[in-house]
Ligand binder design. Sequence first.
Ligand SMILES: NC(=O)c1ccc[n+]([C@@H]2O[C@H](COP(=O)([O-])OP(=O)(O)OC[C@H]3O[C@@H](n4cnc5c(N)ncnc54)[C@H](O)[C@@H]3O)[C@@H](O)[C@H]2O)c1
Ligand SMILES: O=C(O)C(=O)C[C@]1(C(=O)O)C=C[C@@H](O)C=C1
Length: 291
Amino acid sequence: MFKRLCIIGTGLIGGSIARAARAQGLCQEIVAFGREKNQPNLQLAKDLGVIDQFYTHISAALDHADLVIIATPVGSMQSIFELIKPYWSATALYSDAGSTKASVVSAIEAVFGHVPNNFVPAHPIAGAERSGVDASNAELFKNRRLIITPLNNTDPQAVEKLTRFWEQIGSSVSEMSVEHHDTVLAATSHLPHILAFALVGLLGRKDEQREIFKYAAGGFKDFTRIASSDPTMWLDICLANKQDIIPLIRQFKAELSNIEQLLVDDQSQQLFDTFTYARNARQRFLDTLDD
Ligand SMILES: NC(=O)c1ccc[n+]([C@@H]2O[C@H](COP(=O)([O-])OP(=O)(O)OC[C@H]3O[C@@H](n4cnc5c(N)ncnc54)[C@H](O)[C@@H]3O)[C@@H](O)[C@H]2O)c1
Ligand SMILES: O=C(O)C(=O)C[C@]1(C(=O)O)C=C[C@@H](O)C=C1
């Protein structure tokens, strides 16, 4: 059990971590750090009982904290590490929830000159298209995955402690390298979000957009739900992981061109085979989820 959990970034993810930790009795006290301009949100978090107290001064927020979790957009992490550095405690456990891992590791390296061994990079593979503390919930991480990307010097005891924390709030924890994490997530999370943003953007610019959205049914909603996600968060993710995302966009364009050509050439059998291959691949993927 932790004495004091400090959340930096009390939005969907930070708020959900706080709620889940409280629900499972994993810490005695939960505090948050936020910027002056974010006071109304912090007050809301307190009123909702998500946190016990909030501070706009980092030293007060970190005082006696033995678990610190950073849940701000990945582009802001370096500025957060700069704020924390003067108060870094060798006995506390530090982690984050950022959707990209190489950028977070580079950010902390840029500030400290190395990655402190009590910082454990982590990423919950759970979320929503909504943001802010009012969208947070204690169940968000139940039966979902959490990836830890330890470095060579990361303290195994810190990894063990963080693993237990996430398991107690319902996640199944896996470990992988920072690079592998970013390559996998580019394919399974970053590219799909870009495709949803691109499709809705394309249709939104069409003259007949009212008609298009009026008659949109389940398929369109399923495919585009994630285009309602926060643009700041996704700008940060895309910039942070562009080296993995750009090759995938190129491969996707080739895939689309292939389908376009099959249509132009009336290649029904090949189109059928293309769709069947994808359908079977998705079924194999669903079967692995049941394992
Ligand atoms: N939303 C998801 O589905 C999801 C899933 C997994 C991981 N993540 C990651 O979790 C992190 C948070 O995402 P979220 O969805 O909770 O976003 P959010 O917008 O709901 O919350 C972010 C919070 O951080 C605060 N913040 C932003 N910049 C700050 C700064 N410089 N200093 C202090 N506070 C700051 C905001 O005011 C807000 O309260 C991101 O790194 C994101 O990549 C998101
Ligand atoms: O379910 C959603 O709305 C999400 O976008 C969640 C999702 C994802 O792509 O799966 C989004 C970003 C994260 O880093 C992790 C999870």
